[in-house]
Design a protein around this ligand. Structure first.
Ligand SMILES: [Cu+2]
Length: 335
């Protein structure tokens, strides 16, 4: 069965299932505790939703190569593995929501932020209303993930990025409300969401010179934040000066979307589903190309290459190649 991932604004059904699914993931205990991951503070259960937060923080702290700097390249960001790694997260989240809802037809919806960007980035766009994700605040105090002091089932952030970048417990294990702070000014003055023109520019990026090879459209040596290509432009490192596209959305939403613990905000997965949709459009245009292949030197690129295992979460064996042509997943519309 092919799952169709829909625009959340046009699909009340997947919106409702997503909200219910996140609620169930937040309540389901795993076999892990905070001590399983060496997280300081009182020993607390780790819930399924929060596992995704821990995976994301940890992936962001493991460098590629092993003796390198995670701020240059890590298991999930700043390199070609960015797109396959996050696609895997979306599939795992979707599978877990299907399992908890007992509903194999659930498909993760996406938030097309470029439509809001084209509209002037309103902070009261439909996605931020009470019936969707709720609005901004610290804590967020409306919508399905608001922090309501007297509600024992309120949405609670339990794991966050500590000062050393490693997972820590929010409020020493008490938990806290979700934070969002829209459109804060950044050094170069921009406070908007990406537009459909930005998405188009990333999709159509071609290296200079005649007949560029498809793999050079995706990424190039040294496979970092500085290598121009579709990946670096969609991730948002280029064309330099300020965050673009994916990074820009994290910055614009602000609050819990800023640190490596950003999956704390359920809008993270709707955002990444849209990033994935843009990648899917690129893959279909350029015949499911990925680079680097296995000829790239392992001492520099092991973990980024097409048949390397995506190393977090530890018990799965998927590779970037497995993430390229996922025929069970489709989108209602590609950019
Ligand atoms: Cu990420």
């Amino acid at each position: 069965m092919v799952l169709i991932r829909n625009n959340i604004l046009h699909d009340q059904n997947s919106l409702k299932k997503y909200i219910a699914g996140v609620g169930l993931l937040k309540k389901e205990q795993t076999r892990y505790t905070t001590s399983s991951f060496g997280i300081p503070g009182p020993k607390n259960p780790v819930y399924t939703y929060d596992l995704f937060v821990i995976w994301h923080i940890r992936a962001g702290t493991f460098p590629i190569p092993q003796n390198g700097d995670p701020m240059v390249r890590n298991f999930a960001h700043r390199g070609p593995v960015f797109l396959p790694w996050h696609r895997l997260m979306l599939i795992l989240l979707e599978n877990n929501i299907q399992r908890l809802l007992g509903d194999n037809s659930f498909a993760l919806p996406y938030w097309d932020w470029s439509a809001d960007g084209d509209d002037g980035s309103p902070t009261d766009a439909p996605i931020w209303t009470n019936g969707y994700m709720g609005g901004q605040g610290n804590p967020v105090s409306d919508g399905p993930f608001g922090f309501f002091p007297n509600d024992p089932n309120r949405f609670t952030v339990r794991i966050e990025s500590g000062p050393d970048g490693q997972p820590s417990q929010a409020d020493n294990g008490q938990g806290r409300g979700l934070a969002r702070e829209f459109a804060q000014p950044w050094p170069n003055g921009w406070v908007t969401l990406p537009t459909s023109a930005d998405v188009k520019a990333a999709l159509e990026f071609a290296p200079a010179g005649p007949n560029p090879k498809p793999e050079d459209r995706y990424d190039t040596l040294d496979f970092s934040v500085n290598s121009d290509g579709f990946r670096a432009r969609l991730e948002g490192w280029l064309p330099a000066r300020r965050p673009w596209t994916h990074n820009q959305v994290h910055m614009w939403v602000g609050g819990d979307m800023l640190p490596m613990s950003s999956p704390n905000d359920p809008v993270f997965f709707l955002h990444h589903c849209n990033v994935d949709r843009i990648w899917e459009s690129w893959l279909q245009r350029y015949d499911w190309i990925y680079t680097p292949d296995m000829t790239a030197p392992p001492n520099l690129y092991a973990g980024e290459r097409i048949d390397d295992t995506l190393a977090i979460p530890a018990n799965v064996q998927w590779t970037p190649r497995d993430m390229l042509n996922v025929s069970a997943i489709a989108y209602d519309q590609l950019p």
